[in-house]
Write a protein that binds this ligand. Structure first.
Ligand SMILES: [Zn+2]
Ligand SMILES: [Zn+2]
Length: 237
């Protein structure tokens, strides 16, 4: 039994810059302080066409300093296809880790990264019903995650395997050798991997295997309102 990620961090918190979230960065900061977090990563959704990132970064960087609380930044983008292409503006990817860019890109499995672009859960289920081997889907997903981590350089794996229940699968469908390939890429690229309160993933088998391989696990709520920042019921430290 290993210990899980530090619950003094929340590495995936959305603000009003995401159109489905309700709290401002300042409200999220106050919530993080109130629950005693030591690290909070403020993150909003992007696509290739998104233009608000400079404004978002300016808003986060204008926040007051809170003693003992480190504020990190990121953008969340889906992995588009099996090549590991990411749905984020190229200039944002180019500026990662510099003063004019976010700290990391959160790589999200919101769709299945197919060879020809993103597959919705519905179309993926239809392909499986029509005879596509689920093992091939899982291998394509993990391969795309590995490629995206290498391509981006400064990533964080958001809620890995949240897509599986949406396509009728569980983490049992991910064999150990693919988890080991995922872990090796995360270690090599210095990519933290979330254990995500909202999506209840990855589960203990996956999280423990990644951590045993040297992957840094980070706790995240994926909060879309300040009341959820840093509040963990499912994630264990
Ligand atoms: Zn997400
Ligand atoms: Zn999110």
């Amino acid at each position: 039994m290993t210990s899980g990620p530090s619950l003094a961090g929340d590495h995936h918190v959305h603000s009003t810059f995401s159109d489905d979230a309700v709290s401002t960065p300042a409200e999220n900061l106050a919530a993080a302080q109130a629950v005693g977090l030591r690290e909070v990563r403020m993150v909003d959704h992007v696509r290739v066409s998104t233009t608000y990132v400079p404004e978002f970064l300016a808003a986060v960087r204008a926040l007051p300093t809170v003693d003992g609380l480190t504020v990190l930044t990121g953008v969340e983008a889906k992995i588009l296809d099996a090549s590991g292409a990411v749905d984020a503006p190229p200039e944002v990817l180019a500026a990662l880790g510099t003063p004019s860019g976010p700290d990391r890109v959160l790589l999200a499995d919101h769709q299945v990264p197919g060879p020809d672009g993103p597959w919705s859960p519905r179309s993926t289920r239809a392909r499986i019903e029509a005879g596509l081997d689920p093992a091939d889907v899982v291998e394509m997903l993990v391969t795309a995650m590995v490629r995206a981590m290498h391509a981006v350089g400064r990533a964080q794996l958001a809620h890995p395997f949240s897509i599986l229940p949406k396509i009728g699968l569980t983490e049992d469908a991910v064999p150990d050798d693919l988890l080991d390939a995922l872990a090796a890429a995360a270690v090599q690229t210095g990519t933290p991997v979330e254990v995500n309160e909202k999506w209840h993933c990855p589960g203990p088998r996956v999280a423990d295997r990644l951590q045993a391989a040297g992957v840094l696990l980070v706790a995240s709520t994926d909060a879309h309102e300040a009341a959820d920042v840093g509040v963990y019921d499912w994630v264990h430290g």
